[in-house]
Structure formats: C-alpha cells, structure tokens
Design a binder for this molecule. Structure first.
Ligand code: HEC
Length: 398
C-alpha cells in the first residue's frame, strides 16, 4: 500500500486536461496551416514541409536554408543520407519511456515517402513554401550575452559561461524563453542558472575576456536548473500551468555551447524571458550525475528533463527509483549527440513520490576515448541531468 503522502500526488483531472489543452494549442502553432492542399503534393514533399522545413528555411535556428527548390535539389542526396541514418529530423530520445511533447521522430511510412521523394531529385509539386510567421510574445526580461566573444573557425564545440546581472527587484515567474541569435545556428544551445551567491560574477570578472571558460554550474547546482533552450526550438514554452521563478537580486549564469563553422563568428545572442500566468506552479530543479543521484524531498510532478554530456558518452538513461525500489524510466537516449541536445518535456507530468531517487546511467563511447581529454571533454565526460519538478502536495492543500 502506498503511504498517504504519496497518494496525495495523484493529480486531479483538471491539471491533466490543462496539460492536454496546451499540447493541442502547441500542435496548432507548429503547423500554422496555410500549407497547400495535401492532394497537390506528393506524400514525400508533404513530409519534407512538415518535418524538415520548420528548421530549414531562411532565418530558422539551424542556419541551413533548404527552402529554395534549387538548393534542395543540389543537396537531395545528402538530405536522403541524413534521413536514412536517422540524424534528421533531430530527435535523440527513443520511444522507451513516457511519451514526450513535440516528438520529431518519423514513422516508417513517412520516412519511406520522404526518402523516395528526396532520392528522385526532390522535385516540388508546389511553388509556395509555407513560412511560419512567429507571433511576437512580449518579454518580461531581455538579456544579451556573448558580446565580444569571437568564435574561431575550428569545427570543435566550445562552451563558455557568462554571468550577467539583470537583477530583478521582485521575483518573476517565467513561462518560456526565446533565443534570438545574431547568426542563427552558431549557438547550439544555452542552459541557465540564477546565482544568488555571486560566484558566477566573480569567475567572470577574473577572466579578462568576455565570459569564462568553464561550465555554468555553481557548487552542486547544475547549469540548466533555471531552464535551457536550443537552436532546434529557439522558442520554448513550458507546459501550461508551470513556471520557473527568477529570484530577486540574483545573477544569471548563461552556459553557451557554440560550434565554429569555417569562419570567425560572433555567437552573441539575446534571451527573451516570457511571462507565466500568476497562478502557475513553480518547478524546482533537481540536478544529478552518476556519482551523485538526487532524492526528492517532497512528492512532485516531473515535467521535463535536460542533459549535458560530451562526445565521450554513448547512451544515456534517466531513471526514477521510488522508496520501494520500483523504477520508472524517464528518458532513454540510445545514441547521444551533443549537437542535438535540447530540453525534453513529458506529454503528461510524471507523478513521483517523496524519497524517489533520480539516477542517470550511461555507457562510454569507445571511439571518442581515443581523442585527447581537453577541458571541454573533461567537464562533460559524464552526463549531468536536471529534472524540473513541481511540488504536488503543497498545491493539493490549496
Ligand atoms: C529541429 C530542427 C531540425 C529539423 C526538424 C530538421 N533539421 Fe536538418 N539540421 C538541423 C540542424 C541544427 C543541422 C545542423 C546544421 C549545422 O551544420 O550546424 C541540420 C543539418 C541538416 C543537413 C546538413 C547535414 C550535413 O551533414 O551537411 C541536412 C541535409 C538536413 N539537416 C536535412 C534535414 C531533413 C531532410 C530534415 C527532415 C527530415 C531535417 N533536416 C529536419 C536542424 C533540423
């Protein structure tokens, strides 16, 4: 029998319904439906428009525009190759574990239709390319980072952290973020942490160049504890009804991951913080690694998970083990690729009991172990995971 404390976490139907409503709204936004009638397109082109174009048109987060028929025709075989080897569309988690929001995984029928179309030269049956007009959402806070950081042409991934002092006077509730990069694609992603102790500011000040060369963790708190955004979905809206709190008088530590693209570039970008509703439940971060699992101090609902790991890691499994030893798989990534890391959110919140242990297991990538262990690789040779959890008992008592 489960103790009463644990039963209190069973969410009422109202919250589940809110969650579902948001999923539907988001699905509607993602497919701004002004695309031409399906009958005019062959199935493969339709899959391309739905599953590839959102990231591959001008100004989109990937930085690679495939929307002009000529460009696509020239790259059709490369495109077929990356679809065949399952690099594209990018989606690292496997279907083992709870369903995730906005999965990009292609089903077999769609993959086959897309491959057939690409391999036959990707000839377009329509001349209109749907362009998503992103509606502007007002920001409650806007922050610039990376100014003066010049990224070398070298194709290696770089990580740099920046401590910024927007210093809000009153705590703010955040329902989402937007990453607006000066040069889309060069910044792969950022993870965030609010530092009330001033360590980040000191680290940044002790390095004469902009930012400092280290990950953005502060003590035992992993970067990502205040959310993360990736170029794969530059606008991230948390599931409805949940919020991340910005504490007052704290410095923002931005850990930025960027990759050289054959020329010296500036990875500077703006992060826009979007408002949450006033009655949203605040999520708390639990950060953990293989050697240091986290234990839930209260029953709660896990809403999402983010992972930081380098190329030395091959597969990753994030597990929740309750006090009776029952294990829930939260995330499984069979073939890790740090280029396509992003925060993942569950379709439905996952109820976890007080005392549940959050663990991560991983396997090593033997090929990467032959490469020199530089600072970047060393900091990320083991996965660091953040799971966002909203207390459930507290809100049930209201
Ligand atoms: C969520 C965003 C996203 C989606 C959806 C997506 N891509 Fe990509 N794609 C990227 C990113 C990011 C890159 C890497 C760009 C870079 O090199 O920095 C990329 C790279 C590519 C490349 C270049 C690969 C190379 O090795 O040169 C091709 C071709 C490509 N994508 C095709 C596709 C096709 C086909 C689809 C649909 C099945 C697709 N992409 C869907 C984000 C996306």
């Amino acid at each position: 029998m489960l103790p009463a404390r644990c039963r209190c976490k069973r969410r009422d139907a109202r919250l589940a319904a809110q969650y579902l409503a948001l999923a539907l709204v988001n699905a509607g936004v993602a497919r701004a439906d002004d695309s031409p009638p399906i009958s005019q397109q062959c199935a493969g082109e339709r899959v391309f428009i739905d599953s590839c174009l959102p990231c591959h048109q001008s100004g989109s987060g990937s930085g690679l525009d495939l929307s002009a028929p000529g460009t696509l025709a020239r790259r059709a075989l490369t495109a077929a190759q990356v679809v065949r080897d399952r690099t594209m569309p990018p989606w690292l988690p496997s279907s083992a574990g709870p369903p995730l929001r906005h999965s990009r995984a292609l089903n077999g029928v769609d993959r086959a239709a897309l491959l057939a179309w690409l391999e036959s030269g990707a000839r377009s049956a329509n001349s209109v390319v749907p362009s998503e007009t992103a509606t502007e959402i007002p920001a409650v806070l806007t922050v610039r980072f990376g100014e003066g950081w010049s990224l070398s042409a070298d194709p290696g991934l770089s990580v740099r952290s920046f401590a910024l002092t927007p210093l809000v006077a009153q705590p703010l509730l955040i329902g989402g973020f937007e990453l607006v990069a000066d040069a889309p694609g060069v910044v792969h992603g950022v993870s965030l942490l609010w530092d009330q102790l001033g360590y980040g500011v000191r680290l940044d000040a002790s390095d004469i160049t902009p930012g400092y060369e280290a990950v953005g963790d502060i003590g035992l708190h992993a970067s990502g504890s205040a959310g993360a955004i990736s170029r794969l979905s530059p606008r991230l809206i948390l599931p409805r009804g949940y919020a991340i709190e910005i504490p007052r008088s704290a410095a923002l530590v931005v850990e930025a991951h960027a990759q050289g693209r054959g020329k010296v570039e500036s990875p500077a970008a703006t992060i826009r913080f979007l408002a949450a509703s006033a009655d949203a439940r605040i999520v708390h971060p639990y950060s953990f690694s293989r050697v240091r699992p986290a234990v839930l101090t209260a029953a709660g609902d896990a809403i999402g998970v983010s992972v930081r790991a380098g190329s030395r890691v091959k597969s990753i499994e994030v597990l929740a083990v309750d006090m009776w030893g029952a294990t829930t798989r939260l995330l499984t990534i069979p073939a890790w690729n740090e280029q396509f890391s992003e925060p993942w959110f569950f379709d439905q919140p996952i109820a976890l009991c007080e005392g549940t242990r959050l663990e991560v297991r991983s396997t090593a990538n033997p090929a990467a172990e032959l490469l020199p262990l530089d600072t970047h690789a060393a900091a990320m040779s083991e996965p660091t995971v953040v799971v966002l959890v909203a207390d459930s008992c507290a809100s049930d008592a209201q």
